[in-house]
Each structure stands twice: as C-alpha cells, then as structure tokens.
Design a protein around this ligand. Sequence first.
Ligand code: ADP
Length: 319
Amino acid sequence: IKRIGILTSGGDSPGMNAAIRAVTRVGINSGLEVFGIYNGYKGMTEGYIEPLTRDSVSQISNRGGTILGSARLPEFKDIAVREKAIKQLKKRGIEAVVVIGGDGSYRGALSLTEMGINCIGLPGTIDNDITCTDYTIGFYTALQTIVEAVDKLRDTSNSHHRCSIIEVMGNRCGDLALYAGITCGADIVITKDTGFNEADVLDRLRELDTIRKKKHAIVIISEKITDVDEFAKKVSLNTGFSGRATVLGHIQRGGSPCPFDRLIASQMGEKAVDLLMQGIGGQCVCIRENKIVSYPIEKALKMPSDSRKPLTNLFERLI
Ligand code: ADP
C-alpha cells in the first residue's frame, strides 16, 4: 500500500495526538503517504481530508484533545453513507485507515474493512471500556485528573465534616472509580460491578461517623448509576456528615496526556501501521500483559468484560 488515512472518532481522550503522531511518522518513515481525516467518519464522508507531514504532527504529543477533531455520525451505519465515504478515500488513493476511538468507532472500522478498506482500530477513550485491552489511551491521564481533584476535595471535606460524593466517568465500566478508590484512599466505591444499595451505603457512612469517628468520608461513584445530588441530600438527612456531590464531568477528558498514555499511543500507532503494511485489516490493537497485540474487531467486540475481582478485593482490604 502507498497511502493511509487516520481519524479520531467518538469521545476524545488525552493521548490521541500521540497516536496520530506515531501513525504519521512511522507511516512516512516506512515510505507511506499519510492523510488526516478530520472530524471522524463525518469528515471522511464529506471529504475533509488533508495530507499530514512530519512537521504537521510536531509538538502535539503533549497536548490533550485531538488535532484532527472528532465527531459522531450515526448515519455511518447506513451503507449508502459508507459508500460515499469510500468514494472520498478512493478519489485520493487512500487504501487503508487507522481509526482511533471506542467500540462504536470500531464497528464503523469493521464495516469499512468488509467493504474493502482495511481498517485498524486503536482504543482511544478514557473509560477503559474496551475489554480486549488492559488499558485504553487516555485512561491513566483521566485517573490522574480524578486523583488530583479528590485530593483537593478531601482537604475541604475534612475541615467541614463532610461526605464528598464524587461522580467519575467510565461509561458502563467501573475502572476509573475503582482505580481512583484505591489510589485516593476512598471509603466507598460504587460501580456497576459493586451495585448500589442506598440503605447499605448510608449504614456504612453512619458507622464511619459514629464508630470510626472519621472527620470526613469520600465516596467515589461511576456515572450513570444514580443522581448524586439527590443522594448527597439523603446523606445529609440520614448521617452525621453533610453530603456534597461533585460531578467531575468533562475535565476528565482533557489535559496533557501522562507519559504512559503517550507511550502506549506511540506503540499502538506503530503496530497499526505495521499491520496495514502487511495487508491486514479488521483488527484492533491492544495492550495485554504489557505486550502490544491485536485481535479481530469482531471477536474483540464480543468479549465479556474482565472480572475486576482482584482489585475490588484489594479495595476492600485497604479500608
Ligand atoms: P465511541 O467510538 O467512543 O464508542 P460512538 O459509539 O459514538 O463512540 O461511535 C463513534 C462513531 O462510530 C459513530 O458516530 C458512528 O459514526 C460510528 N459507528 C458507531 N456504530 C457503528 C456501526 N454499528 N456501524 C458503523 N458505524 C458506526
């Protein structure tokens, strides 16, 4: 192959730029021409595609977000829309594409591969909700942001005998909450895996207040579980703590990527180019047990989520 494209799709994550840089530089250094496809599948369909050079990806590894922009285009499920996108690629001689995004983006990549454009998926999301990989690009940076925020909330909670309830992202994956719970020394972690029994949590908080005599309590909860403002009111009414909810929201998606995210983004970008040069498509790149490997996207999307038991047990043994 001679020409490849690269795009970022779905929710952005810190480290996407390091992956764009790696794909571009490794591609060019392997004799390929590399094209940036702007705004995900939307730009592919509209033909918003421009060549990338070694210089156009200079000084981006340290920046959050994605220089290519990201967008959602639900209509990409429609074959006629994908045909239009493929026409735009063929017009420019682009034979294969690296797609950085989450599982929705992977589905688009698989459909394109089935239509003759080899695609390789890279896991770009802070949520760590792609089962086949131990870590996604952006997860550790988001974790760092959460840890910094919780450390600050802890100071002020302690002064005011508060219970801080901190809602973190993760889509339906509890990893951000669980890893934050361990690294911030939270009292309670609530995820899809732990389940949420409100009465039990209130009991635990009363015990922390009256028996353990704690000056504050930290509860970390995954998004999409309950209304944390309502829950904070119940904490104030039913325990000795004054409940305060903080939804960290989109600050978790931004910021300069940490070294680990830059490193795996670079390694995964390299692997994607190598696979495409071997004529392979329909695969996604993962890090598993410290090795960069790839799996067929079809298989990856069907993998049941890993058990988080060892870390859940560790959390319980630390409190
Ligand atoms: P993420 O990649 O972060 O999971 P989305 O689920 O929003 O984010 O998917 C990103 C984009 O991928 C969608 O806006 C759409 O363009 C494309 N996409 C998602 N699902 C499919 C599908 N089944 N077939 C083709 N394209 C899809």
